[in-house]
Design a binder for this molecule. Structure first.
Ligand code: ADP
Length: 180
């Protein structure tokens, strides 16, 4: 049994996943797993997609590696996709959202252009990640949080920390019941 929850932080590139994951990891003492970084560092990819300017991920290798890391709990899985993480790993799914004008500015500042910029803008406007999360996990563990301004990050992270406390209390309650 996990004593800390595993939390997925997902959303379109540029919405603020890393910003949230880093602050949450610091404040709540969780382990931040940047999936992009792991894919790159461990070479869990089958090459580079030149058109979309992204790695083609070897999902089997990635999942085998992550399975060991998430087993004890207390991990933040930070990625722009979420439906490949098995349900049994995940206690909360946070979908970060952002206003499309703001997102456009963030992505162009990052050098996104052409098809990559277009596809990511469309994905945010069409709520692709939110739908994906709701389809892959029970709706009651999926929360949507806005990240337009700096204050949003702190408020969102505080909210997630409160949720973690509740999750732990619920678990303690369940364990007590089992012992009786
Ligand atoms: P992602 O991990 O989803 O790609 P990042 O966390 O890297 O997004 O954020 C993308 C950019 O937007 C960064 O420059 C970050 O500082 C900025 N940013 C993210 N969230 C906010 C916010 N709520 N207010 C202002 N800037 C933000």
């Amino acid at each position: 049994m996990r004593t800390n929850p595993n939390i997925v932080i997902t959303g379109t590139p540029g919405v603020g996943k890393t910003t949230h994951a880093e602050l949450l990891a610091r404040n709540a003492g969780l382990k931040h797993l940047s999936i992009n970084q792991i894919v790159k560092d461990e070479k869990f990819h089958e090459g580079w997609d030149d058109e979309l300017q992204t790695w083609i991920v070897d999902e089997d290798k990635l999942l085998d590696h992550l399975e060991i890391l998430v087993a004890p709990g207390g991990c933040i899985l930070d990625w722009h996709a979420c439906d490949l993480f098995p349900k049994r790993w995940v206690d909360l799914v946070v979908v970060i959202r952002c206003d499309s004008t703001t997102l456009y500015d963030r992505l162009t500042a990052r050098g996104y252009k052409g098809k990559k910029l277009e596809e990511n803008m469309d994905a945010e406007i069409m709520e692709v990640l939110l739908d994906e999360a709701k389809e892959a996990y029970d709706e009651e563990i999926v929360v949507e949080l806005k990240s337009d301004e700096a204050e949003d990050v702190e408020a969102n992270v505080e909210r997630i920390e409160k949720w973690i406390e509740m999750w732990k209390k619920d678990r303690e309650g369940e364990e007590d019941e089992e012992e009786q």
